[in-house]
Design a protein around this ligand. Structure first.
Ligand SMILES: [Mn+2]
Length: 263
C-alpha cells in the first residue's frame, strides 16, 4: 500500500521508511526482497530509555528520497531501491513492560519475513530485540548455520544484568548458549569501554576452547578486519545477520556520555 503522494516533500505525509509502500500482512510480502521492521521497545535497558521511539524517529528522518525512493550510491552507482523490492513492514506489537511478549512479537514478524524469502531489517528498540531477531533468522536458515557481524561498543555477552536474563546486555550470549548461533561464527567489531569486565571477557575466551568462541576485535580498524574475511563466520555460512546497537547510530546532538554498562 503506497501511503504517500509522489510530490510530497520529505517532511510531509505519512512516515514509512523512505516513503516505501507499507505492508502489514504476510501475504503482502510475496516478491519482496527486503522488509523494514520496527521493534519499538526499550524496557530491557539498564540506563537510558527512549529507544522505543527509534523506529518512528528513523522514519521521520527521511529528507526526501522521492516516491518511489531513489538512493544511488555515489561510488558504486547502484540504487538499492532500483534493484531490490523493499517495503516497510510496520512495527512489532510491543507490549509495554513485558519483554517476553514483545520479543515473541518481534520474532514472529521476523519469521514471517524470512518465510517469504525476504531479508528482515529490524530497527530498534534496545539491543535486547537482537535476541528474537537472530533466533528467528537462525531457525529459518538452520540453527548454527548463520554467521553474525555485530557492530557495537559493548559485547552484550553478560549472563544477566542484576538478575535479569532478557536484557540489552545479554542477547549475544543467549543466542550462542541456546545454540542458535555458533560462537566461532559470531564476529564482534568496535568494542571498547569499561563493560563487560574481565569476568565476562574470560567467559568468552573459555568458551572458545570449548568450541563456542566469541571473537572480538578492539580498535582493530578496517584493514585488519578485512584481512580476516576468511574466518569461519565468512566460510560456508548460508546467511548472515548484522546487528548494530542503537548508540552507534544515535543521531546529531552530542550528549555527555555517562558510564554505561551495556547497550
Ligand atoms: Mn548492544
Amino acid at each position: 500500500m503506497q501511503v504517500n503522494r509522489s510530490g510530497e516533500p520529505g517532511y510531509a505525509g505519512l512516515a514509512t521508511f523512505c516513503k516505501l509502500p507499507l505492508v502489514l500482512e504476510a501475504s503482502g510480502l510475496e516478491g519482496v526482497d527486503v522488509a523494514i521492521l520496527g521493534a519499538p521497545f526499550d524496557e530491557a535497558v539498564s540506563h537510558r530509555p527512549g529507544a522505543r521511539f527509534g523506529p518512528r524517529a528513523v522514519r521521520m528522518a527521511e529528507d526526501s528520497a522521492g516516491v518511489p525512493p531513489s538512493r544511488p550510491h555515489m561510488a558504486l552507482g547502484i540504487d538499492p531501491f532500483q534493484v531490490l523490492t523493499v517495503v516497510d513492514y510496520g512495527d512489532a506489537e510491543a507490549v509495554s513492560a513485558d519483554t517476553e511478549r514483545t520479543h515473541r512479537a518481534v520474532k514472529g514478524l521476523v519469521a514471517e519475513v524470512c518465510a517469504a524469502g525476504a531479508v528482515p531489517v529490524v530497527i530498534g528498540g534496545d539491543h535486547s530485540v537482537a535476541h528474537p531477531n537472530m533466533t528467528a533468522v537462525a531457525e529459518h536458515h538452520g540453527r548454527g548455520r548463520v554467521g553474525v557481524l555485530h557492530f557495537d561498543a559493548h559485547a552484550d555477552t553478560a549472563t544477566d544484568l542484576d538478575g535479569v536474563v532478557r536484557s540489552h546486555g545479554t542477547p549475544m550470549r543467549l543466542v550462542v548458549d541456546e545454540g542458535s548461533i555458533r560462537g566461532d561464527m559470531f564476529i564482534q567489531l568496535g568494542l571498547r569501554g569499561c563493560w563487560p569486565g574481565p569476568g565476562s571477557s574470560s567467559g568468552c575466551a573459555s568458551r572458545a576452547s570449548a568450541g563456542t568462541r566469541c571473537t572480538s576485535w578492539t580498535s582493530a580498524g578496517s584493514p585488519p578486519v578485512s584481512r580476516r574475511r576468511s574466518t569461519p563466520a565468512g566460510r560456508g555460512t548460508p546467511s548472515s545477520c548484522r546487528s548494530t546497537s542503537t548508540p552507534s547510530i544515535r543521531p546529531s546532538r552530542p550528549e555527555p556520555a555517562p558510564p554505561s554498562r551495556a547497550g
